[in-house]
Design a protein around this ligand. Sequence first.
Ligand SMILES: NC(=O)C1=CN([C@@H]2O[C@H](COP(=O)(O)OP(=O)(O)OC[C@H]3O[C@@H](n4cnc5c(N)ncnc54)[C@H](OP(=O)(O)O)[C@@H]3O)[C@@H](O)[C@H]2O)[C@@H](O)CC1
Ligand SMILES: Nc1ncnc2c1ncn2[C@@H]1O[C@H](COP(=O)(O)OP(=O)(O)O)[C@@H](O)[C@H]1O
Ligand SMILES: [K+]
Length: 506
Amino acid sequence: MLSAYSAASVRAAEQPLLDAGHGAELMRRAAYGLTMGIISVLRSRGRAVYGARVAILVGSGNNGGDALYAGAALAARGARTTALLTSARSHPEALATFRNAGGRCLELSLETEKASFCAEAWASDVVLDGILGTGSRGGLREPAASVVAELDRLQGALRPLVVACDLPSGVDASTGEVDGPVLRADLTVTFGAHKAGLLSSPGEQYAGEVRLVDLGLDMQGAPELRRLEAADLAVLLPAPHNSDHKYTRGVAGIVAGSARYPGAALLAVAAASACGPGMVRYLGPEPVAAALALRNPEVVSSQDSPLEVRVQAWLLGPGIDGDDAQDERARDILLAGRAARIPTVVDAGALGLVQASDDGGNAHLVLTPHAGELSRLLQRCGVARSRAEIEASPRAAATEAATVLGAVVLLKGPTTVVADPLGAIYTQANGTARLATAGSGDTLAGILVALLAMGGRDLPTTAALAVALHGELARSAPSTPLNAGMLAGRIPAVWASVTGARPTRE
Ligand SMILES: NC(=O)C1=CN([C@@H]2O[C@H](COP(=O)(O)OP(=O)(O)OC[C@H]3O[C@@H](n4cnc5c(N)ncnc54)[C@H](OP(=O)(O)O)[C@@H]3O)[C@@H](O)[C@H]2O)[C@@H](O)CC1
Ligand SMILES: Nc1ncnc2c1ncn2[C@@H]1O[C@H](COP(=O)(O)OP(=O)(O)O)[C@@H](O)[C@H]1O
Ligand SMILES: [K+]
C-alpha cells in the first residue's frame, strides 16, 4: 500500500533533520537521486551522459538548488548543461557548484537570454524542471509561467524528455490542482515521501512516471490518501475456502439493462460472473435475460421483485434509464437497504434515486459517478459544482459528495478517487486512456458488485480493489484497441497474473 502526504506533512517531517543540521546532506541525497533519474531517461533514448544536452529551469528556492546540484553532477560527467535562472535569487551554494562544474547560466530577466535558453531547450535531450517544489504557493507566476508555456508548445517525437524535480512546477503538491501552465513531465523524481498531489488528478497526469528518493523521513500522522499496489491486489483479491458452497461464496444481485440499453446488463453481468462469485442473480426484462442466457448461462435470471431475492451485494443502475420496472426495483432495494445494510453499488441510471443522508442511512452504498453524473448528484443535494470544477478538483469533489451523501463515492476518471464519508481516500490510476470507452463503467460496476458479494474487506478498500483490477484489464494489452466487451474476457488472465504465486487456501 502506498501512502501519500501533503506538502505540509513532508515539510514537518523534514524539519527535525534540518534543525539537526542535516539540510545539506538531504539536498545532496535528493540531487543524487535526481541525477540518477536523468541518467536513466538519457539511457532510455540511447544517450550517454557525456555530450548530452540538458536544459535546466531554476527557481529561487531549494527546488532550484536540487536541480543545480544535479546539473553540476551531469556537467562533471561531460554533459552540456544550461540553466535558466527564473528569479533574481538562486540557491547560492548550488549555483556556485554548478558554475564551477562548467554549467552555463542564463537569466530570464534578459529577453535575449530567455530566447537562447528556449532554443537550447528545444535542441536538448532533457529539460529539468526545478522551478518550484513543496514551497510553492498557487500556480506559476510570471515571468516563469510564460517560459513554461512556451516550452510546453513543443510536442511530438522530437520533444526533449522532461524530468521534474520533486514535482512538476505549478502542480499543487497536496491537492494535485493546477492553476496555470505546467511542463508535462516524463519522469518526476520526488523526495522524502509521495506527495498526494502527484497521486491525484489533474497533477498525476502531468507527472509521468514517479520515482521516490528515500531521505529517511519519519512521516507522522495519517496520510492524505492511500493507493493499492500490485502486492495489495495479490492479497486482497478473494479466493474460495475448501469448505465453501455457492451461497457462502457470495451472491451478486444485478438490476441493470432495459429494452433500450440491454448491453449495459450484458457487460456488468459478464464482468461480475468472470470474478467468480458463488452466483450472479439478474433481475430485469425478459428479452435481456434471454440474451444473457446465451452469453452467461450460469447466471440465474428472473423478473422477480428484489424483495423476494437474497443476495450479499447489489448493483443498481447500468442501462436502466427509462424502464419503469427496473426503476421500481432499484427504488425498492434502496428503501429496504436502509434496514438490511446489504452493500449496494449505485451506478448510472440509479444515481438519481439516492437521497442525501446524515444519519448513516447510506453507509452501505458505493456511488460510482463520473464527473458529469457527480455534478448532477451534488446539484440535487443543493451543492453547485460544474463538471469542469469537479474535473479540476476531483478529490475535493468526491470528499464533499461522500460527506453530503453519507456514502462511499467512487469518482471515475484518469485517476479514480474513492472517498469514504469518514475521510479515508484511495486513488487509483492503474488504467490507461483506452478505458475511456462506452460501457467501461458498466464493467467496473460488475466487478465491484462481485467483489462486494465475495466480501472480506470494507467498502472503500473493495471499491479501490475493483478500480485497480478494472485498470489492469486495460494495462494488460496497453497498445491494442479496446472496447468494453473485451474487458470481462481478460479477467481470468489478469487475476492470475496479479495474484501470482500466493499460497492457496483452496
Ligand atoms: N527542506 C528539505 O529538507 C529538502 C528540500 N528539498 C527541496 O526543497 C524544495 C522546497 O524548497 P523551498 O522551501 O525552498 O521551496 P521551493 O518549492 O523551491 O520554492 C520556494 C520559492 O519559490 C517562490 N515561489 C513560491 N510560489 C511561487 C509561484 N507560484 N510562482 C513563482 N515563484 C514562487 C518563492 O518565492 P517568493 O514567493 O517568496 O518570491 C520561494 O522563494 C522541495 O520541493 C525539494 O525540491 C530537497 O532538497 C530535500 C531536502
Ligand atoms: N483518461 C483515462 N485514463 C484511464 N481511465 C480512464 C480515463 N478516462 C476514463 N477512464 C475510466 O474509464 C471508465 C469510464 O466509465 P464511464 O464513464 O462510466 O463509462 P460508461 O458509462 O460508458 O460505462 C472509468 O472507469 C474511468 O475511470
Ligand atoms: K519542480
